[in-house]
Write a protein that binds this ligand. Structure first.
Ligand SMILES: [Zn+2]
Length: 315
């Protein structure tokens, strides 16, 4: 593995990260590429090393560990298990459900679910670059979302707004998506402002909710679906394609059982995966996920239970 700091295969994963110490060292390299930086006083210096991965600052004696202040903080799950989970999440073509992770790793369902959820929170932080060029934007209804135990019929539908970069001469670039309470102009326009670079061309249908885009610095291309005579998948191929992949993923990988409070977290996972679909190396995506996890702040119990706030604007 000389010259390459990520594993290429499951076997290499086991060889490279046989124990907690190996995982800690790797996370340290991802978190502090230059030198350990004390969370207490901010000084960069090689720390004293104690048992159980404890790092002690030579300057202020502050005690920490590589996971302090990150989304991996206070976990009772061994780092080797986290690494294996990260590998499975990034190498499974469509990701995996908590149920599958529970079986594969031999952990409890709750642990499997929390690991996946924390990874999803880390994933949103990886998607900071705004879309540009020609971007299709449209809303879709994601149905069968579990709102307190119900599924299928009787379960509610959620509005999701999707932005997709359209490449020339053909193909799709990156995507961004957000669950919104309703398709009002306020929600649609603030989504575009958050995820698309001003000056870009935004392709929408004739819905007046998008009317304020030119005032916000975007060129708006409008296709009136009801008068164009073409079905949506012809006129807006990007969002149509992504919406159908998203729905298939929720139904397939997650058997349609996505709690509405957590829908945004699932959208982030889908986005992370979609935006890396052409990456030649799964190992690189694995490293990217751990890299994000080790710089993402912890989430609260409240956020774990009732959904994460996804504060795009404050990122
Ligand atoms: Zn210090």
């Amino acid at each position: 593995m000389a010259g390459r700091d990520y594993p290429r295969t499951y076997r290499e994963l086991a060889v490279k990260f046989p124990d907690e110490a190996a995982c800690s060292t790797y996370l340290e390299q991802l978190r502090w590429p230059r030198a350990f930086e004390c969370p207490g006083c901010g000084v960069e210096d090689e720390p004293w090393r104690q048992t159980r991965g404890r790092l002690v600052c030579r300057r202020c004696r502050h005690q920490s560990s590589v996971t302090t202040g990150t989304i991996l903080e206070k976990t009772r799950t061994p780092l080797t298990t986290w690494f294996e989970a990260a590998w499975l999440v990034t190498t499974a073509k469509s990701g995996l459900s908590a149920k599958t992770l529970e079986r594969t790793l031999g952990v409890s369902y709750r642990t499997a679910w929390m690991m996946l959820h924390r990874f999803r929170v880390a994933m949103v932080r990886a998607e900071r670059e705004r879309l540009c060029g020609l971007v299709e934007v449209d809303e879709t209804l994601v149905g069968g979302i579990d709102k307190g135990g119900k599924r299928g019929r009787g379960a509610s539908k959620e509005v999701v707004v999707i932005g997709v970069e359209i490449l020339e001469p053909k193909g799709f670039g990156r995507v961004r998506m957000r669950r919104i309470p309703c398709a009002s102009g306020a929600h649609l326009v603030s989504f575009v402002c958050d995820v698309v670079v001003p000056g870009s061309e935004v392709h929408t249908d004739a819905w007046k909710g998008y009317g304020a885009l030119p005032k916000r610095g975007y060129t708006r291309r409008v296709t009136n679906l009801s008068t164009s005579g073409d079905p949506a998948h012809v006129v807006m191929p990007g969002v149509h394609r992504v919406a159908s992949l998203l729905k298939r993923w929720i139904l397939g990988t997650h058997q349609g059982s996505v709690a509405s409070d957590h829908l945004q977290a699932y959208l982030e996972e889908f986005t992370f995966r979609f935006n890396r679909r052409t990456s030649g190396s799964r190992g690189l995506v694995f490293r990217r996920l751990l890299e994000q996890a080790i710089i993402t702040r912890p989430i609260t119990e409240e956020e774990m239970t009732h959904g994460y706030g996804w504060p795009d604007r404050n990122m």
